[in-house]
Design a protein around this ligand. Structure first.
Ligand code: HEC
Ligand code: HEC
Ligand code: HEC
Ligand code: HEC
Length: 361
């Protein structure tokens, strides 16, 4: 199966300097940097190391990826030495690309269910207007005549574009606009994919550029409302593309919806909105300062031979990944000679250290 998402692309001047990731570039890197020799993603690739497309799906954040890489780096490096593989160098852009790729792979973990989808289609009163058989009559177009739906985002796009007339039809029929959850969006998508006319269409790897997503976010009027308290740059609410799809359906209907979104526009918007949540990694300086001390970082970086660290706006998880790959081996040698144990980052440690390194000591 090909991987689909919305090439995650991270924001952006107004929200800091987090690099914009791109899942398709990440996939290429995964091969060119030899990660694929030992690791697989969703079953494809090496077996010597953990599959990087599995697990922790909803909680998968840049900080978690950075923590896992730091924690496992020494074992990884010795495995690389044994296998005669040169240690890769990743810059923060490439780390962002890899994150987008791993995230995209995880996106498929929570597959929808066609039977549940059929049930939701009826329970959410979609079937009141959209008939499932060619002979029956309904207010809305019968399902057999719909455009192909390959993923929840495409379903949301079509529902968004038809939102105003649909809402009017609902009003006329006395049907309340049903609220949808992410799971229901996935389920209905899978249900639609399994209808006879949809067979054979597979989701494709469909990255979208968030740089242009931001432009569109302004052009379509989204930015006008989504500032301040309504800013979408907050952690945790819109983890998966199905969450976004549901949010777009539950969204109040706008006058702007009269200008329909094209598929690539929807992907760009979603790529941008999705990445906004990672622009604030949610760490705390005070906790970070304790982590920095207790893990021995201070011993070298404040009071010892290591360079003084003040990353400023550059401080983010991707920068920490880049630092690991470019400075880690030297750091490891220094730690060994000082008798400092290699650090392990748990819970919010990584995000906290980042908050600490951002503001400085
Ligand atoms: C020579 C084999 C090898 C290569 C090449 C390799 N790794 Fe690893 N990696 C490992 C091993 C072995 C582990 C598990 C180490 C442990 O158990 O502590 C690991 C662990 C990890 C983890 C933590 C996984 C988890 O969920 O706990 C991440 C993330 C990771 N590697 C990323 C990468 C990336 C990105 C690349 C390419 C830039 C890469 N690795 C290249 C062998 C490798
Ligand atoms: C009260 C009637 C009504 C209900 C209930 C309703 N729709 Fe619609 N729907 C319509 C109408 C009318 C249109 C055509 C709108 C237009 O002409 O732009 C439409 C269009 C659509 C389209 C675009 C189809 C195409 O042409 O490709 C999709 C997708 C869709 N609806 C999904 C849903 C889903 C999913 C639900 C349940 C959550 C739902 N609708 C509930 C009336 C309804
Ligand atoms: C007229 C003001 C307005 C405009 C324009 C607007 N929105 Fe919204 N948006 C809202 C409101 C109101 C909510 C509901 C917030 C709530 O329920 O707390 C919302 C919610 C959302 C959510 C869900 C947020 C969450 O935390 O779950 C997303 C995603 C979203 N909008 C995206 C967009 C996009 C993309 C556009 C542009 C195509 C857009 N919005 C344009 C007012 C607007
Ligand atoms: C034993 C000493 C030592 C300890 C302990 C140590 N470091 Fe380092 N660190 C170094 C050295 C030396 C370098 C520079 C390596 C090089 O030049 O490649 C470095 C480089 C770095 C860099 C890259 C700096 C840059 O310019 O981009 C970061 C980030 C970093 N360390 C973070 C940490 C963190 C976080 C900890 C605690 C978990 C830590 N270090 C613990 C010695 C140490």
């Amino acid at each position: 199966m090909k991987v689909v998402l919305i090439g995650a692309a991270l924001a952006v001047a107004a929200y800091g300097t987090v690099p914009l990731g791109d899942a398709s570039r990440g996939e290429a890197l995964f091969r060119s940097q030899n990660c694929v020799t030992c690791h697989s993603v969703n079953g494809e690739g090496g077996r010597a190391a953990p599959d990087l497309g599995r697990g922790q799906s909803r909680e998968y954040t840049p900080a978690l990826m950075a923590a896992l890489m730091w924690n496992h780096a020494p074992q990884m490096w010795s495995a690389m030495e044994k296998a005669g593989i040169t240690k890769p160098q990743l810059n923060s852009q490439q780390s962002a690309d890899l994150f987008a790729y791993f995230y995209a792979a995880r996106f498929f973990e929570h597959k929808g269910d066609a039977a549940r989808g059929r049930k939701a289609f009826v329970e959410k009163s979609c079937s009141e207007c959209h008939s499932l058989s060619p002979t029956a009559k309904g207010t809305g177009p019968e399902v057999l005549k719909w455009n192909q739906v390959t993923d929840a985002i495409e379903l949301a796009r079509q529902m968004w574009n038809h939102g105003a007339p649909m809402q009017a039809a609902m009003k006329a029929k006395g049907v309340k606009k049903p609220a949808m959850t992410a799971m229901e969006m996935n389920d209905i998508t899978v249900y639609l994919q399994n209808l006879p006319q949809a067979k054979g269409l597979k989701p494709e790897f469909a990255p979208a550029s968030a740089e242009t997503g931001e432009t569109l976010f302004k052009a379509k009027g989204c930015a006008g409302c989504h500032t301040g308290a309504r800013s979408l740059a907050k952690p945790g609410v819109l983890r998966s593309t199905a969450d976004l799809a549901a949010a777009m359906w539950n969204h109040p209907v706008l006058a702007e919806q009269k200008s329909p979104l094209r598929p690539e526009e929807m992907k760009r918007l979603v790529g941008y909105v999705w990445t906004l949540q990672f622009s604030d990694e949610g760490g705390a300086w005070a906790r970070g300062s304790k982590v920095f001390e207790s893990k021995g970082c201070m011993g070298c970086h404040t009071n010892g031979p290591g360079p003084r660290l003040q990353l400023g706006e550059k401080a983010n998880s991707f920068e920490m990944v880049a630092a690991l790959w470019s400075h880690g081996p030297t750091m490891q040698t220094a730690m060994r000679s000082k008798g400092v144990a290699w650090p392990r980052f748990v819970n919010t440690d990584m995000a906290d250290v980042i908050a600490y390194l951002k503001r400085g000591q």
